[in-house]
Design a protein around this ligand. Sequence first.
Ligand SMILES: [Zn+2]
Length: 124
Amino acid sequence: MAAVRSVKKTVRTVTKKEFQRYLARDGHCLHCGDDGDTLVPQHRRNRGMGGSVSRSAASNVIVMCSEFNGAMEASETASVTAQRFGWKLRQGQDPLTTPVFDSWEGVWYLLDDKFEKRETPWED
Ligand SMILES: [Zn+2]
């Protein structure tokens, strides 16, 4: 009888192929501009936030370096920064209408679900 594996299953919501498309769209970490091999997909809406938006919609995923990705979970300061720049969404925010800030380029973008982005003016 096969042993039941107790390894925690990672829910893979972004495939390698999809990640290549995010890379092509974003080009680098939206926080620090890193374009090395530490980049990971960052989901703007957290699991459990509910709503009708698919977590894996292209507008909900951005490219970040793993360092800042981790910091957002661990540090309140990084988390606040992330919310201010649209990298992390608050309850009720829609990834399609909430722009993200590319702090490397200094430009706000609106993302769509076709792996495209367009510049947008943003006044808070
Ligand atoms: Zn970074």
